[in-house]
Design a protein around this ligand. Structure first.
Ligand SMILES: Nc1nc2c(c(=O)[nH]1)N[C@H]1C(S)=C(S)[C@@H](COP(=O)(O)OP(=O)(O)OC[C@H]3O[C@@H](n4cnc5c(=O)[nH]c(N)nc54)[C@H](O)[C@@H]3O)O[C@H]1N2
Ligand SMILES: Nc1nc2c(c(=O)[nH]1)N[C@H]1C(S)=C(S)[C@@H](COP(=O)(O)OP(=O)(O)OC[C@H]3O[C@@H](n4cnc5c(=O)[nH]c(N)nc54)[C@H](O)[C@@H]3O)O[C@H]1N2
Ligand code: SF4
Ligand SMILES: [Mo]
Length: 740
C-alpha cells in the first residue's frame, strides 16, 4: 500500500499545532507533532494525535439522517435536502420568517466552510433569531474592543514571547492551549518567559497547572476581577505610575478613565476580591515599572456579569502603562489574510440595533444572547421560534439552563442540524446533515492567525478525498433552499457569488493592492482546488504580505504555501496604531460611555455581601468542549468530570474524596462525585462543562460509558453581562450536600 507523510495544522483548538501524519492507503497510521512547523516546533497535545480516531469513529455520521416515527434513519442527500426544504420553509409559511432561528457553534471558526458560508445561510434564513457560542464565550472581548478600537475584531494579544511580565486572569492555557491568544506550546513559551528573567502572575481561584508555573498566584473570589483590575488601574493613576505619552496623539478620554477608576481604591475592593490591598498595589506597581507587561484575561473573566468591563480594563491598563501596541505588551496581529492598505478610522461599533422578543435584550454583532434561546422557543406569542437550524453546535451541553433548552428543542416544529454526530442536541433534529471529517478538508486558520502571537501562514490540503458534499456545499445548499432557489440548486451558485463578491470588493476599494483591476481576470489566475481554497487564496494574495496578484513575484501565494508544508513565519508582531483603529475619531476611545456606566454600576455594588459558595468551570487537556468524549483514547483512565472542592469545605459537608454530592442552584440540580483539591479557594467549587452524555436518542457509544454530568443544568440563563449579552458561566451560587 502506498505510504506517504503529510503535514497539516490541527483544527481542534486555537493553538494551530503542526501535525505530521503517516498515511498508508486510506488510513492514518501515526500522528505526531511536526518538528519543523514554524510556529509549534513539534509540540502536540493528546487531542491532536486522535484525529485519525475521530475520522474512523464508527459513530461519526457518514450519511444524512431523517427522523421517521421518532427514529433517525439514513437517507440520500437529495432526500435529506428535500426534507429540509419542506420542513423549514413550511415553518416560515405557517408562522413567518421570524419563527426560524439558528444556533452556530464553536467548530465553525475552526473550519473554512463555517468561515465563509455561514453568512449566506444566516442571511437567507431571513430572521433576527440568530444565536451562537460567542455569547457563551468571547463576546465581551468583541464589545470592549469594538468600543475602544472601533472594530470588534481588533483584539490585541499578549506578546507572550517578548514580554517581561505576563499577568493572566481566568485562563488556563496549559490545559486549554490558549484562547484569543494563539501560541502553540503555551507551556513551553511560559517556561521560556521565566528562563529569560520574565515573570508570570496567574490570577485564578484555583491553583491550575498554569498557576503552578507562575511566580505569583493570586486566588480571587470569582467574578471580582473587574474590581481587581479597576483597583490596579486606580493605583497606577493614584501613584502617578501612568505613562500614556507614546499613544497620546492617538487617544481620547484618559481623564475620564482616571475618574472612572477613582472609586476603586485597593483598600475599598480588597474584601470584594478576597485579595489584600497591598497585594493589589504591588501588582499595579509591578505592571507599571516592568520594561514591558501584558495583561491577559480569558474565559474565567469573560463569562461573568462584568465580562465586558473586565476585558476593557485589561486593555486600559496596557494603555495607561505604555504597554498597548508596544513590544512585549498587548499587540495587534496582522495576519496574512487581513485587508491590506486600509486607512485608520471608520464607522465605529454599536449594539442594540434591535431587541429580543421576550426579554428585550439588545442585539450584539447581529445576534441575541444564547442565554435567551430557550425562552424564545418556549414562550408563546408572535415571533416565537418554531424551526431551528444548528450548525456545529451542542447548546444542550454548552449553554446556561440547559435542561430548559433541552425541553424547548423537543417542542420545535422542525429542526435541522449540520453536525458530525447524533448527540445531546442533534438527537432532537428532524434532519441531520453530516459534513466530512477534518482530514477530508483543506484548512487555513483564518480566525486564529488574526489572534496569534506571531504572524504566521500555513496551508493544509485535505488528506483524504471525500464522496458526498463538503461542508461548504451543505451550507451553500441550505442557503439556496432558504433563499427559495430549491433543493436541487447547485452549490456552485453560492461559490461564485462569494468569490465574485470578494474580488469585486477588493478591486473597488482604494488602498487595496488590486484596486482598479479586473475581477474576472484575477479569478482566472487562481489555482485553489475548491471554492474555499480560492477564497483563502484571494485574501492571501491581496493581503499585506501577498503577491498582489502578480505585482510582487516574491509575495505570498497559495502556491508558495503549498511549497512550505511547515508554514511560513511572517515575523513578530509590529505596532499597528493608528492603522488598526476603526473608531469615528480614528483614536483609541479610553472612556467609552457604556463602559463608564457599567463601571459606575459596579462601584455602587461593591458592598454587596459575597455568596458563600460559587461554581466555576475548568478544562482538561483531554476534552474539547462537549464533543470529543467519544474518542476512547481521550476518556480512558480516571474520571475527569468531578466537582473539585477544598477539603475544608468538603469536611464541613461531611464529603470524603470520591463521595457523591448533590449540587443545586437556582436553575437546577445534579449529582456528581467530589474530588478534594487543596489548591482551590475556599467557597469555590469547580466542575467542567461539556459532559452529560447519558441522554436517550444520542449515538455516542464510547461517551455514554463515562457520561459525566451536564454542568450547564446549574448555570442560570437569567444572568448575563449587560453590555455583551454574554452568559454567566462562572461564579454561579450553589449549595451542596451529600447525595442521599
Ligand atoms: N459552563 C460552561 N459552559 C460553557 C463553557 C464554559 O467554560 N463553562 N465554555 C463555552 C465556550 S468557550 C464555548 S466555545 C461553547 C461551545 O459550545 P458549542 O459550540 O455549542 O459546543 P461544542 O461542544 O463545541 O460542540 C460542537 C458541535 O459541533 C460538532 N462538530 C464537531 N466538528 C464539526 C465539524 O467539523 N462540522 C460540523 N458541522 N460539526 C462539527 C460536534 O459534534 C458538536 O455537536 O461552550 C460554552 N459553554
Ligand atoms: N483541552 C481543551 N482545550 C480547549 C477547550 C476545551 O474544552 N478543552 N475549549 C476551547 C475553547 S472553546 C475555549 S474558549 C478556550 C478557553 O480557554 P481558557 O480561557 O484557558 O479556559 P479554561 O481552561 O476553562 O480556564 C478558565 C480558568 O478561569 C478560572 N476562573 C473561573 N472563574 C474565574 C473568575 O471569576 N476569575 C478568575 N480570575 N478566574 C476564574 C477557572 O478556575 C479556570 O482555571 O479553550 C479552548 N481549548
Ligand atoms: S494543542 Fe490544540 S492545536 Fe495543538 S494538538 Fe492539541 S488540540 Fe491540536
Ligand atoms: Mo470557546
Amino acid at each position: 500500500m502506498s505510504k506517504r507523510t503529510v503535514h497539516r495544522t490541527c483544527p481542534l483548538c486555537e493553538a494551530t499545532c503542526g501535525l505530521e501524519l503517516e498515511v498508508e492507503g486510506d488510513r492514518v497510521t501515526r500522528i505526531r507533532g511536526d518538528a519543523s512547523d514554524v510556529f509549534s516546533g513539534g509540540f502536540i497535545c493528546p487531542k491532536g494525535t486522535t484525529l485519525a480516531a475521530l475520522h474512523e469513529d464508527p459513530d461519526r455520521l457518514r450519511t444524512p439522517l431523517v427522523k421517521r416515527d421518532g427514529e433517525h434513519v439514513p437517507v440520500s442527500w437529495d432526500e435529506a435536502f428535500r426534507e429540509v426544504e419542506r420542513g423549514l420553509l413550511g415553518v416560515a409559511e405557517r408562522h413567518g420568517r421570524e419563527a426560524l432561528g439558528a444556533y452556530v457553534g464553536n467548530p465553525n471558526v475552526h473550519n473554512l466552510a463555517g468561515t465563509f458560508y455561514l453568512r449566506p445561510v444566516l442571511k437567507a434564513l431571513g430572521t433576527r433569531q440568530i444565536y451562537s457560542a460567542s455569547t457563551a464565550d468571547q463576546m465581551p472581548r468583541h464589545v470592549s474592543c469594538g468600543l475602544m478600537f472601533g472594530d470588534p475584531g481588533a483584539i490585541p494579544v499578549p506578546d507572550v514571547d517578548r514580554t517581561d511580565l505576563l499577568v493572566m486572569l481566568g485562563a488556563n492555557p496549559v490545559e486549554s492551549g490558549g484562547s484569543l491568544c494563539t501560541a502553540p506550546d503555551f507551556p513551553g513559551r511560559l517556561r521560556k518567559l521565566r528562563e529569560r528573567g520574565g515573570r508570570l502572575v496567574v490570577i485564578d481561584p484555583r491553583r491550575t497547572r498554569t498557576a503552578e508555573l507562575a511566580d505569583l498566584h493570586l486566588a480571587p473570589r470569582p467574578g471580582s476581577d473587574a474590581a481587581l483590575l479597576a483597583a490596579v488601574l486606580h493605583t497606577v493613576f493614584d501613584e502617578q505610575l501612568d505613562d500614556t505619552s507614546a499613544l497620546a496623539d492617538h487617544t481620547v478620554g484618559i481623564d475620564a478613565l482616571r475618574e472612572a477608576v477613582a472609586p476603586f481604591a485597593p483598600e475599598r475592593v480588597a474584601a470584594t476580591c478576597g485579595i489584600d490591598a497591598e497585594a493589589i498595589r504591588s501588582l499595579a506597581r509591578e505592571i507599571a515599572v516592568a520594561r514591558s507587561a501584558a495583561v491577559y484575561g480569558r474565559i474565567g473573566v469573560h463569562t461573568c456579569e462584568t465580562g465586558t468591563i473586565t476585558s476593557f480594563l485589561t486593555d486600559a491598563i496596557a494603555l495607561a502603562t505604555g504597554n498597548l501596541d508596544a513590544e512585549g505588551g498587548s499587540m495587534f496581529p496582522f495576519a496574512a489574510h487581513a485587508r491590506a492598505g486600509r486607512a485608520p478610522g471608520g464607522k465605529g461599533f454599536r449594539t442594540g440595533r434591535w431587541k429580543s422578543r421576550v426579554r428585550g435584550l439588545p442585539e450584539v454583532r447581529g445576534e441575541f444572547p444564547v442565554a435567551a434561546l430557550a425562552e424564545e422557543i418556549d414562550t408563546e406569542g408572535e415571533g416565537r421560534i418554531r424551526g431551528l437550524l444548528t450548525i456545529a453546535g451542542n447548546p444542550v451541553l454548552s449553554t446556561p439552563d440547559a435542561a430548559r433548552l433541552d425541553r424547548a428543542l423537543e417542542d420545535l416544529e422542525f429542526m435541522v442540524s449540520v453536525d458530525i454526530y447524533c448527540n445531546e442536541t442533534t438527537r432532537h433534529a428532524d434532519v441531520i446533515l453530516p459534513p466530512p471529517s477534518p482530514l477530508e478538508r483543506s484548512h487555513y486558520d483564518i480566525a486564529f492567525y488574526s489572534l496569534s502571537v506571531r504572524n504566521v501562514a500555513n496551508w493544509s490540503p485535505a488528506v483524504f478525498e471525500h464522496e458526498g458534499p463538503s461542508e461548504s456545499d451543505i451550507l451553500a445548499r441550505l442557503a439556496l433552499i432558504l433563499g427559495g432557489a430549491g433543493a436541487d440548486a447547485p452549490a456552485s451558485t453560492v461559490d461564485d457569488m462569494l468569490l465574485g463578491g470578494m474580488l469585486e470588493s477588493l478591486v473597488s476599494s482604494e488602498g487595496s493592492p488590486v484596486h482598479g483591476r479586473d475581477a474576472e481576470e484575477l479569478a482566472g489566475g487562481l489555482v485553489g482546488e475548491t471554492a474555499v481554497d480560492r477564497l483563502v487564496e484571494t485574501m492571501l494574495r491581496a493581503g499585506p504580505y501577498g503577491d498582489g496578484f502578480g505585482v510582487d513575484a516574491d509575495g505570498l501565494s497559495l502556491e508558495q504555501l503549498r511549497d512550505h508544508p511547515h508554514g511560513i513565519d511572517l515575523g513578530a508582531l509590529a505596532p499597528r496604531i493608528p492603522d488598526a483603529l476603526s473608531t469615528p475619531s480614528a483614536k483609541i476611545e479610553a472612556a467609552p460611555a457604556p463602559i463608564l456606566e457599567e463601571m459606575a454600576r459596579l462601584a455602587a455594588r461593591l458592598d454587596e455581601a459575597p455568596e458563600p459558595l460559587v461554581l466555576v468551570g475548568r478544562r482538561d487537556v483531554r476534552s474539547n468542549n462537549s464533543w470529543m468524549h467519544n474518542v476512547d483514547a481521550l476518556v480512558r483512565g480516571r474520571v475527569r468530570c468531578t466537582l473539585k472542592i477544598h477539603p475544608d469545605d468538603a469536611a464541613e459537608q461531611g464529603l470524603s474524596d470520591g463521595d457523591l454530592a448533590r449540587v443545586s442552584s437556582r436553575a437546577g440540580e445534579l449529582t456528581v462525585a467530589v474530588e478534594h483539591d487543596a489548591g482551590i479557594r475556599r467557597g469555590v467549587v469547580s466542575l467542567p462543562h461539556g459532559w452529560g452524555h447519558d441522554t436517550d436518542g444520542a449515538r455516542l457509544q464510547v461517551a455514554a460509558q463515562r457520561p459525566g454530568v451536564n454542568s450547564n443544568v446549574l448555570t442560570d440563563a437569567s444572568l448575563i453581562d449587560p453590555l455583551s449579552g454574554n452568559a454567566v458561566l462562572n461564579g454561579i451560587p450553589v449549595q451542596i450536600a451529600p447525595a442521599a
